[in-house]
Structures are given as structure tokens and as C-alpha cells.
Design a protein around this ligand. Structure first.
Ligand code: BTN
Length: 258
């Protein structure tokens, strides 16, 4: 389906809108395994996603018709596997930019790729790369943003927030999708031209708790440190006792309440 509201070259040009699906990312993954190749930039968007998947096998909860839940197909064959975290940086910064158009400051990207407002999660990103040999053949970028949902189930109510809860008014989901696609394409083209310095700076500038003394937990031990940035491979750099230590995703936990 051609979609002319998109001013992009390819991201969102093939837009498939579904009323209901288990997961837009699973649906897209399934389509990529069919013999007919799907164009790069294909977006699957669903009004209702009843078995949304999050990072670390978590469930992604969303109220039907209220939020943005979509998945984008990219084919970053040009990107070295050792540099795949740059895709996370490009996607997080693009979403941040679109959300910042209508949300006040206090918006950040919580490493590795959650969209945060103050200490609550406004959105999440699930990037699933299909690697063949040394090449990223397909990348399925699943994006879930809490936009017009007014209330969350009690299990997540303390951790989640929506744009509606911040603004007390609805945001147009289609317009937001168009803007995100445009920012995603622009950052993806930066990635393609190898503009790593730009992408890392744009990401690090938005990092949650960056340069703020904060508490973390590692293997049951609580420690104080200051987030300083990320490595090329996506490890978090934390200054601890005047020395930079790097952590991977499963190694460290943020302690917001201390
Ligand atoms: C996270 O755990 O923070 C990542 C959440 C990603 C959710 C989105 S919603 C659209 C796409 N389809 C899925 O099943 N998951 C992603």
C-alpha cells in the first residue's frame, strides 16, 4: 500500500495497518520469512496488540486504540555487527526528537533504549536483528509508546506514564507516526553514511541520569556512580571511585528510589 502522507523516501511508504494482531514484530518477522521480499521501510501498525513482546521476554501491555504500537523493517547490511548498538542509538534519538515536539523537558532515553519521562517509562523499543554470516540481514524495530492511555493496570501503574497523563489531552497518533518515521529515516541515513560521532552524541545527550550521582545495584551490591556515556558496543559507562567501569544490560540495575 502506498501512503502519501509520508514525505520519507522509504520508511513508512509501505504501511500495513491492522486492527488486531498478537504482536506487530512477530507479524513482521513472519512476513520476512515468506518468499516475496518485503521492501525496506515497511511498517506494521496495529490498533490492538494482544500479546505484545518486550525486552527480556516481558509482556508489553497496551490499551486498544490508545497508543502507538508498530514495527519497522530495516535492512542494515552495511552495518558491522560490532556497531549494531548504533541502530539502538539512531532509533532512540529519533523517537525522543518526535516526542520532544509536544512534551516538556524531563524526557530522557534510559539506557539502553527506553523512553522515560521523569522516573517513569513512556515507551519501549525492541530491536531484533537477523544476522546471517557477518551481516545484519533484517532488523525488526518494534516500538511501543504510551500516548493516549489514561490509566494503566495496577501491575505497571507505578512504572508507566503516557503523554495524556502529562498533557491532559490526546495526541494524534497518525501524525506522530509520520513524524517518527521521518526522524527514523533521517537518523538511519546518518548511520548509513557512517556518521557515528553524531549519532553517539545525540544519544548520550539524552541519557537518563547522565552526569548525575545515582545509585545502582550489581549482584546484590548497591553502589553510587555517575553515568558518563556508552561504548560503541552499547556498554554503559559509569564513573565509580573516579574510574570508568562498563556494564552490559543484565549486569546493572538502576535504583530510582534512593
Ligand atoms: C520494552 O520492553 O521496553 C520494549 C517494548 C516494545 C513493544 C513494542 S509494541 C510494537 C512491537 N511489537 C511487539 O510485540 N513489541 C514491540
Amino acid at each position: 500500500m502506498q501512503n502519501n502522507t509520508f514525505s520519507t523516501l522509504f520508511v513508512g511508504q509501505n504501511l500495513i495497518k491492522l486492527l488486531e494482531v498478537d504482536s506487530t514484530s512477530s507479524y513482521l518477522k513472519n512476513l520476512t520469512s515468506k518468499s516475496e521480499p518485503l521492501p525496506e521501510g515497511t511498517v506494521i501498525m496495529a490498533e490492538n496488540q494482544f500479546a505484545g513482546r518486550g525486552q527480556q521476554e516481558n509482556i508489553w501491555h497496551t490499551e486498544a486504540g490508545k497508543n502507538l504500537t508498530f514495527s519497522l523493517l530495516l535492512k542494515p547490511k552495511f552495518l558491522a555487527i560490532t556497531k549494531q548498538f548504533y541502530l539502538n542509538m539512531a532509533v532512540s534519538s529519533a523517537i525522543y526528537k518526535s516526542m520532544r515536539n509536544f512534551l516538556p523537558t524531563n524526557l530522557t532515553v534510559k539506557w539502553p533504549n527506553d523512553i522515560f519521562y521523569q522516573n517513569k517509562k513512556l515507551g519501549g523499543i525492541l530491536i531484533e536483528n537477523a544476522i546471517v554470516g557477518n551481516v545484519i540481514k533484517n532488523s525488526i524495530i518494534g516500538i511501543g509508546l504510551n500516548i493516549n492511555q489514561q490509566k494503566f493496570p495496577s501491575v505497571i501503574a507505578k512504572k508507566a506514564i503516557s503523554a495524556y497523563q502529562i498533557l491532559q489531552q490526546d495526541v494524534n497518533l497518525e501524525e506522530l507516526l509520520v513524524d517518527i518515521c521521518s526522524n527514523l529515516e533521517s537518523n538511519y541515513l546518518q548511520l548509513k553514511t557512517g556518521n557515528y560521532t553524531f549519532l553517539k552524541q545525540a544519544y548520550v545527550d539524552k541519557l537518563y541520569k547522565s552526569n548525575i550521582r545515582s545509585f545502582f545495584r550489581q549482584n546484590g551490591e548497591i553502589f553510587e556512580g555517575i553515568i558518563k556515556g556508552v561504548t560503541d558496543t552499547g556498554l554503559l559507562e559509569v564513573e565509580r571511585k573516579e574510574k570508568i567501569t562498563t556494564y552490559n544490560f543484565k549486569e546493572i540495575e538502576f535504583l530510582n528510589h534512593l
